[in-house]
Design a protein around this ligand. Structure first.
Ligand code: DAH
Length: 337
């Protein structure tokens, strides 16, 4: 038995060294180590040996198997290296690559870029704030009463510690005034969250753009001029803009802004596009308390604020009928803008 194993081993090693392809090696593996391979058959003869002979023969058998396996692996590696280097030689790194589909900026980003550009021209600068907010920044400081429906658990995502996902970017007005003395003139884009059922006009996460201007003697005329300029910059110079009285807890007076839009083949239509108003004195008073100074005293300053939804803006501008298209990342859709 021991002699036979020795013969099998030396023949295997000789054949492996002569192999010229991976296929040869695979055949050798089968003919030595396979189910009916020579080594397997030899192992089957173990049972014919005496008790005394068995341990030694078993040891030799294992040694032989591992030597053959090792020799096969070394040779396989050798062939693979040759193949890899062949592949590398045939690779021309100077060839131009396949073109990456270039589809331009996402409609929401385009809308945002355009709004920022127009507002920058009027002296606004960018501000930001956290998406996880305190109730005070999201509601109390914005003069929103405890029983306001927006504060409901069914409308707002709350965390166990009482914090929440901001329901609007108006929180950034508060954060900015807390930390900066007037005058302030900021635009604050960002995500907002509401527990809305997702459908053609609602997402639970969407994008807003908030604006705030506080200084001495800021007037309603400033508000109208700024927003008319912004909206006509986006929708066309001749687009009629109208301010319709409305209610927001944080502004007084408050307005909704509509633009008159041509609908192909039909009568043009007024479409609601943003909320705005003059900052409510209660908001200024709350800021004075938080800052522990009177720099935002309603006796000293006045201001306007506005907020608009970027998805809505894009949908109106390009006639997009379903808001979900804006988050699906379908290149056939995105390629159209
Ligand atoms: N925060 C409002 C909303 O999410 C939008 C808004 C309305 C913002 C009027 C304002 C404003 O700053 O003055 O619906």
């Amino acid at each position: 038995m021991l002699e036979q194993l020795q013969i099998i081993l030396s023949e295997a090693i000789a054949e492996i060294s002569k192999a010229t392809s991976l296929e040869d090696l695979d055949n050798l593996r089968v003919s030595y180590l396979g189910k009916k391979g020579r080594l397997t058959l030899a192992a089957g003869k173990m049972k014919d040996l005496s008790k005394e002979e068995r341990p030694n023969a078993g040891k030799k058998l294992n040694e032989t198997r591992s030597k053959i396996t090792q020799s096969l692996e070394e040779k396989i590696n050798h062939f693979q290296q040759i193949e890899d280097s062949k592949e590398r030689q045939s690779l021309d790194p100077t060839l131009p690559s396949n073109p990456i589909a270039s589809i331009g900026r996402h409609p929401i980003s385009q809308m945002l870029d355009q709004a920022i550009k127009a507002l920058r021209r009027m002296g606004f600068s960018l501000a930001s704030g956290p998406e996880i907010e305190t109730e005070w920044h999201c509601f109390d400081a914005l003069n929103t009463p405890q029983d306001h429906p927006a504060r409901n658990e069914s409308d707002t995502f709350y965390f166990d510690d009482g914090k929440l996902l901001r329901t609007h970017t108006s929180t950034i007005q508060i954060r900015t005034m807390e930390n900066t003395k007037p005058p302030v003139r900021i635009i604050a884009p960002g995500a907002a969250y509401r527990r809305d059922e997702i459908d053609a006009t609602h997402l639970s996460q969407f994008n807003q753009l908030e604006g705030l201007y506080v200084d001495k003697d800021v007037s309603l005329a400033d508000l109208k001029g700024t927003l008319e300029y912004l909206l006509q910059n986006i929708f066309g110079k001749e687009t009629p803009v109208r301010f319709r009285p409305h209610f927001f807890p944080f502004t007084e007076p408050s307005f909704e802004i509509d633009i008159l839009l041509d609908v192909e083949g039909k009568k043009s239509k007024w479409i609601e596009i943003a909320g705005c108003g003059m900052v409510d004195p209660d908001v200024f008073n709350e800021i004075c308390k938080a800052r522990n100074d009177d720099s935002y005293s309603p006796e000293k300053v006045s201001g306007f604020a506005f907020g608009l939804g970027l998805e809505r803006l894009a949908m109106i501008k390009w006639g997009i009928s379903d808001i979900r298209l804006l988050i699906e990342n379908d290149l056939r859709f995105l390629g159209q803008f």
